[in-house]
Design a protein around this ligand. Sequence first.
Ligand code: FAD
Length: 290
Amino acid sequence: MINDFHYLKPASLKEALAMYAQHDDCKVICGGQSLLIVMRQGMLAPEYLLDIKHVKELSYIKFDDKDGLRIGATTTHREIEKSDIIAKKYPVLVAMEQKLASIQTRNWGTIGGNLAHADPAGDPAPVLMALKANIKFGNEKGDNTMPLDEFFVDYFETKMDHGDLVLEVHVPAPEPKFGCAYQKFNLLDSDMGIVAAAAAVTLNADGTCKEARIVLGNAGPTPMRVTKAEDLLKGKKLDDKLFAEAGQIASEEAQPVADIHASEEHRRHVLGVLTKRMLKKAFEQAQKAA
Ligand SMILES: Cc1cc2nc3c(=O)[nH]c(=O)nc-3n(C[C@H](O)[C@H](O)[C@H](O)COP(=O)(O)OP(=O)(O)OC[C@H]3O[C@@H](n4cnc5c(N)ncnc54)[C@H](O)[C@@H]3O)c2cc1C
């Protein structure tokens, strides 16, 4: 049963931020794809719901060759999946969205809601972190931009305070000789990942590794970078042996817990395999890239 609540429907971002600041026992609702589940389970019973779904200023996808990609918080998963410019410049984001839940959920759920919800099993965060994304959030008094790497604090907890809204995700312009791949491991297609790994590789002109980023999903309280595995690859001529070593290190750096879906040991094993495979895939893309 969902509790009774007062429904607030702001007409603009300014009004949304003012309403949020004025109401203490207030939760934001956007697509409701995660919030309503939590409310139905009785884990949250806010007095006010602030519906930002129709705040038009936050719904956009913009790309510029120098600045990169900017996605407004109320942009739906489906809009990202169907964006021609994202398919061209960041195909890994489209591939990720195609496996996120059902079309019905993607039609209504939003990128801002997904990141604010901070489920460690969420699909967008590992990919966006591998792509070096920044997140902008703000309240009535001003806004704040930080690397997405720093945004997540714990299970379902972010750096945002009451009154803050996610406003935008920014992904830098793709570098030359760059590749990025993501895969989640699940038993039902499009379900939440039991674990997941994203890898990004940038190559130098001589073919050695300029930079590697590896981000694990559902491998701890937050989406996490495995920096020891990344460091292993920097400056080296990449090959299958190094990918396997990086996978092994990633599985050791991960902090998975056991639940009804998988044991800790099984999760570590799969994380190692996914890391190895995603690194190889990202590397092959980078080799072919301009
Ligand atoms: C059946 C099902 C399957 C799913 N499978 C997957 C999956 O495989 N992978 C995956 O990643 N996700 C999955 N999801 C979650 C889905 O991605 C949601 O769309 C997303 O997590 C929440 O987006 P939303 O817009 O619906 O947010 P809401 O449910 O409206 O809000 C979620 C949380 O974020 C807060 N919030 C929302 N927008 C903002 C904002 N702009 N600023 C600040 N706080 C905000 C809310 O207060 C709430 O705490 C699934 C959901 C369902 C129902």
